[in-house]
Design a protein around this ligand. Structure first.
Ligand code: FAD
Length: 251
């Protein structure tokens, strides 16, 4: 880890469910990031050695704090000590930023589709809290897939943007989908993509010309979605090559 890592105090904590919480820290001096990027957080593990894990930044670049959203994994080497932190405790932050989940890597397209499972919503919150994305795209769609309605975190912010978007932009199309209980939309993102249910629910067709997609979270969802998009002639954005989608696996 970088020699510049710093102990940063927690200034706020919000528990959404027993295994899901968000927290804010003091922002280390000199940490500059683009929406969608991540940093590494460090804590002493059970045997006292530092455990480092990647965490997407939820807050927008302009905020004076950093916000993160975390799952608590049973017996997880990092999330077990993390879950015990309270306001006033510290977490170490390596200020080196990483990540290619950035909307400025897309060329063309007017519709942005953000597909998240679980904690994969985190980087999208940073993008949506930054006006630049609303100016760049004509329409933005957020699909958040979780098991139960109680896991629909950041619902108030997403619903507010679905009523009125910043910068006079078209309101967000926000569709939560539940996989373990009935809801307005049920089923896995991949099934909904495969049978056309997602496009019907959104009221918009996916197309190579118009659509640019980001997928974040569960590696199986991402692998299957990449295959489904590939079958439609869509390609990943690569360093030197424009494409239609960018993805980030959380494990
Ligand atoms: C680029 C990147 C960004 C990430 N951003 C976030 C984030 O913003 N919020 C967050 O909670 N996690 C995020 N993660 C995952 C995070 O780095 C840790 O893996 C996670 O916090 C669990 O740490 P752990 O040591 O307790 O368990 P680990 O030993 O890291 O993981 C144990 C197992 O738990 C499961 N798991 C791990 N992470 C998740 C998750 N997020 N959701 C569901 N199951 C999971 C997997 O099955 C994994 O094999 C990110 C990972 C990457 C690579």
């Amino acid at each position: 880890m970088s020699e510049h890592s710093a102990d940063c105090e927690l200034t706020w904590r919000h528990d959404w469910a027993p295994h899901l919480f968000s927290f804010r820290t003091v922002r280390p001096a000199g940490l500059v990031f683009a929406p969608g990027q991540f940093v590494r957080l460090g804590l002493a593990g059970a045997d006292g050695t530092m455990v480092w894990r990647a965490y997407s930044i939820v807050s927008p670049p302009a905020a004076d704090h950093l916000e993160f959203y975390s799952i608590v994994v049973p017996n997880g080497p990092f999330t077990q000590p993390l879950a015990g932190l309270a306001v006033g405790d510290v977490v170490r932050i390596d200020p080196t930023v990483y990540g290619f989940l950035r909307t400025d890597r897309f060329e063309g397209g007017c519709d942005l589709w953000l597909l998240a499972t679980g904690t994969g919503i985190a980087p999208f919150m940073s993008m949506l809290a930054d006006d630049a994305v609303w100016r760049r795209f004509e329409r933005i769609v957020v699909i958040h897939s979780v098991r139960r309605a109680s896991e629909l975190v950041y619902r108030d912010d997403l619903s507010a943007w679905a009523r009125a978007a910043p910068c006079g932009a078209r309101p967000l199309v926000y569709l939560p989908t539940l996989t373990a209980e009935p809801g307005p939309l049920t089923g896995r993102i991949t099934n909904l993509l495969a049978d056309g249910g997602l496009e019907r629910a959104v009221g918009l067709a996916l197309s190579s010309d118009d659509s640019r997609l980001m997928m974040c979270g569960n590696p199986s969802m991402i692998k299957e979605t990449r295959a489904l998009l590939g079958a439609r002639g869509m390609t990943p954005v690569r360093r030197e090559t424009p494409g239609h989608y960018i993805s980030e696996n959380f494990w």
